[in-house]
Ligand binder design. Structure first.
Ligand code: KG4
Ligand code: ZN
Length: 344
């Protein structure tokens, strides 16, 4: 594949509609993200049917916009990549079908991208990390509203999920705790702001699975404890928020420490997902990485959260190895990383 090959990437697996045009050398020619937050806020969470309709409404205009900005025309594309799972099936069908339509109309290869693989490979986008991409293997901590897992990234198509959540994803836990505290959805950033004025030492909240073997996560007990503290009415909301955030950061660092024990050869601790925006979480993970003599790498926030540049980049990595997909490929709401296979 030529370094000046150009890929159109499409993301529609949850509540972000996104499109990007990326050159194989890592140059981002154009990108756009439409966040559906306002569409879902009134319901306190993502409503799958509303998400699917919103993707359908916004994706064509978004693709037209990035193609215009990239200034290359469809004849200048070399492939089209779209998230094909895991995620909400309605949105996946919209994005993948649109990408297949473009591929069919313009005679281009289609790439069905696993959303988790796209998050896992983002740090390899040339120019993104100041000190260059980490070498394989590295540990990925994916901390978003829909996903919470420790993944050993050994190479393209070679992923081992070392642990994941037994109940809520960590972003979901932030959102639920925030809701209990009367904050708007999505609550993570609001809870962080509230916690800034609180004392994390006043309320003892549980730290689920802390110190246990392995690197699974659990957050439902913590959420219940927040509900109890709120119902008791004896604590300031800011103190509850600070205690919650402190407990989450401690648990994440403990789980990540166990994951590093399970994967002693990694070159870096990579953090992605919306919760990576949280300063307390970042701080706890940075201290852990430093103690282990490893760099902690987090892509800039706009590439930590859902975006189409990461989808296009995963497309570049796969296209380079000739790993294209047939137009008959069906999107998959569940698609564990372990089911991907390394290139032959
Ligand atoms: O990766 P993301 O943008 O979307 C997906 O879930 O795919 O992550 C969104 C999640 C939400 O649960 C949101 O509350 C959480 O990330 N979040 C935060 C912060 N910013 C976003 N959680 C804690 N602190 C933050 N500053
Ligand atoms: Zn994501």
């Amino acid at each position: 594949m030529k370094p000046d090959a150009v890929i159109l990437g499409i993301e529609s697996s949850c509540d972000e509609t996104a499109a990007a045009v990326l050159r194989a050398d890592g140059t981002i020619l154009a990108e756009a993200v439409f966040s559906q937050q306002q569409e879902h806020a009134a319901f306190g969470g993502v409503v799958p049917e509303i998400a699917a309709r919103a993707h359908l409404q916004h994706l064509p205009g978004l693709v037209a916009k990035v193609m215009r900005q990239a200034g290359i025309g469809y004849a200048g594309l070399n492939a089209v990549a779209a998230t094909a799972g895991p995620g909400l099936i309605g949105g996946l069908i919209v994005g993948a079908s649109f990408a297949k339509g473009v591929a069919l109309a313009h005679g281009l290869p289609f790439l069905a991208i696993n959303h988790l693989e796209a998050h896992a490979l983002t740090v390899r986008l040339p120019g993104l990390m100041p000190d260059g991409p980490p070498g394989f293997p590295y540990l990925l901590l994916l901390l978003s509203g829909g996903h919470c897992q420790c993944v050993l990234v050994e190479g393209l198509g070679q992923y081992q999920r070392l642990g994941s959540t037994l109940d809520d994803a960590v972003g979901e836990a932030f959102d639920k705790a925030a809701k209990l505290l009367g904050l708007p959805w999505p609550g993570g950033p609001h809870l962080e702001r509230l916690a800034a004025g609180g004392d994390p030492t006043l309320i003892a909240l549980p730290r689920p699975l802390f110190g246990r073997p392995g690197c699974d996560f659990s957050f439902s007990g913590l959420k219940t404890a927040v509900a109890r503290a709120v119902a008791l009415g004896q604590s300031r909301p800011a103190d509850i928020a600070a205690s919650f955030q402190d407990a989450v950061a401690a648990v994440l660092a403990d789980r990540a420490a166990h994951a590093l024990d399970m994967a002693p050869n990694v070159t870096a601790l990579v953090v992605a997902g919306g919760v990576a925006a949280n300063a307390a979480v970042r701080g706890a993970l940075r201290r852990l990485a430093e103690a282990r003599g490893l760099p902690m790498l987090a892509p800039p926030l706009s590439y930590c959260t859902d975006n189409a540049v990461m989808v296009a980049w995963a497309g570049v990595e796969r296209l380079r190895l000739g790993l294209v997909d047939p137009l008959s490929h069906n999107p998959r709401p569940r698609w564990p990383l372990a089911e991907l296979t390394p290139p032959a």
